[in-house]
Design a protein around this ligand. Structure first.
Ligand code: DX5
Ligand code: ZN
Length: 229
């Protein structure tokens, strides 16, 4: 089956318990997570600071064969790419807005052996991603302004999602169309209808009373049903 007919869920450990990160990653793996989403923030590109290569190395064994996607909310991420890759990142996603030389940064990611992704903020046009579509693994359209978990989904991004879906399909590309921010049981279906297939979810996986595997299952079923409609 083409990856464009397949729903993928990427729990974001930003909403996990940082004192029990290994267990929280393992719970996502047990629940069938397709990727583990790791938010690296530098206090410049976005106000908060989260964690870096050392933390990625610490959680890597708990992810097993599930790839780590590292979302770099970092100004000039090129400076950190080698360390992040060596720590165990399988895909490194950089923000178009954060790179003076985006092509050089994407190439630098690929030189490490990791796969590359490019992200844009909600108000940034998708144009900056287009030149890389046939060589990157993930095109990430942020559905909140990056920096914090638990923010409301911005539905206006769906116009960009739909345009991107059209380009990917018409060119027969293999790239994953990912959305990140405010994805939960109330918003995932509309994001599927707009054209997204890969869904980051932090609060909706780690911030609810049900166990993590159950939360992943709920989101996946809603999305798969919306895809079949
Ligand atoms: C926000 C991060 C997201 C965050 C999403 O800047 O990039 O990955 O964890 O959190 P939720 O799913 O709670 O909106
Ligand atoms: Zn993220």
């Amino acid at each position: 089956m083409s990856r464009h007919n397949t729903i993928k869920i990427a729990p974001s450990i930003l909403a996990a318990d940082f004192a029990r990160l290994g267990d929280d990653v393992a719970a996502a793996v047990q629940g069938g997570a397709d990727y583990i989403h790791v938010d690296v923030m530098d206090g410049h590109f976005v106000p908060p600071i989260t964690f870096g290569a050392q933390m990625i190395g610490a959680i890597k064994p708990y992810a097993g064969v599930v790839p780590l996607v590292v979302h770099m909310m970092v100004e000039e991420p090129a400076r950190h790419i080698e360390h992040i890759a060596r720590a165990g990142a399988d895909v490194i996603v950089v923000h178009a807005e954060a790179c003076a030389d985006l092509a050089g940064t994407v190439a630098a990611v690929q030189e490490t052996g990791a796969q590359a992704g490019v992200a844009v903020r909600p108000e940034t046009p998708i144009d900056s991603i287009l030149p890389f579509l046939d060589e990157i693994e993930i095109a990430l359209l942020m559905t909140v302004n990056p920096g914090y978990g638990g923010q409301p989904y911005i539905p206006e991004v769906e116009t960009k999602i739909a345009t991107m879906r059209g380009i990917i399909d018409s060119r027969g590309l293999n790239v994953e169309l990912e959305v990140d921010g405010g994805i939960n049981e109330n918003t995932i279906e509309q994001a599927v209808r707009a054209g997204a297939r890969l869904f980051v979810a932090g609060t909706a996986v780690y911030g609810r009373p049900e166990p993590v595997p159950e939360r992943i299952k709920i989101l996946r079923e809603l999305a798969e049903n919306a895809l079949r409609e």
